[in-house]
Design a protein around this ligand. Structure first.
Ligand code: CDP
Length: 202
């Protein structure tokens, strides 16, 4: 079965938690596309060359989850040649047999507009910053400022800006715990799989 779940949204909205749970529930492969941009930013040197020569080892660095790596990722993510270098890999991943979940910023809009399910996961900046602060610690006001700055850069860029696809289902997790958010996503995917089956195998 070719079946893609595209999960987009701003920083620390809960995309990762939902994506992992959906992938596990349905036996789909999962790709955290933010990790690709984080690895390009962390590699240093010319970001276009870094994107063109990215290796699995680059994705295993243990410093990719830091706030600094997130900022570096969003700076290289505005460069069209960086995005172009990462596109084919993501598209192949999305359409692999057996189903795939990809989370990022442009999955439903650019990488896989044909995705069978598109979710846009969001929450208020304060809730998202609080969740990220619980993970990374430090000064919570500074975490909030960085989240807001990164969202503005991601939404304001010319190439593949962050936005909900017209046919995306929005899940606002501001007042949802992770079980409730996961439950909502799973029921949407379940319904789409049933519909896909009703239309015959591909
Ligand atoms: O985990 P969090 O939501 O904070 O960030 P991430 O998903 O790891 O993404 C880090 C940065 O990579 C984002 O702020 C974007 O600038 C960039 N990104 C992107 O441009 N396109 C994607 N498909 C995924 C991430």
């Amino acid at each position: 079965m070719i079946f893609t779940v595209a999960i987009d949204g701003p920083a620390a909205a809960g995309k990762g938690t939902i994506s992992r749970a959906v992938a596990q529930r349905f036996g789909f492969a999962h790709l955290d596309t933010g990790l690709l941009y984080r690895a390009v930013g962390a590699k240093g040197g010319d970001p276009v060359v870094a994107a063109q020569t990215l290796t699995p080892a680059d994705l295993m660095r243990d410093d990719l989850r830091s706030m600094a790596a997130g900022q570096a990722a969003s700076r290289v993510a505005v460069i069209p040649a960086v995005r172009a270098a990462l596109t084919d890999f993501q598209r192949r991943f999305a359409r692999q047999p057996g189903g795939a979940v990809l989370d990022g910023r442009d999955i439903g809009t650019v990488i896989c507009p044909e995705a069978e399910v598109k979710l846009y996961v969001t929450a208020s900046p304060e809730v998202r910053a609080h969740r990220r602060w619980l993970e990374v610690g430090g000064d919570e006001a500074r975490v909030l400022a960085e989240v807001i700055e990164r969202d503005a850069r991601d939404m304001g860029r010319d190439d593949a800006p962050l936005r909900a696809a017209a046919d995306a289902v929005v899940i606002d997790t501001s007042a949802l715990d992770s079980d409730a958010a996961i439950g909502r996503a799973i029921s949407i995917v379940q319904a789409a799989i049933a519909m896909d089956r009703a239309h015959g195998p591909r």
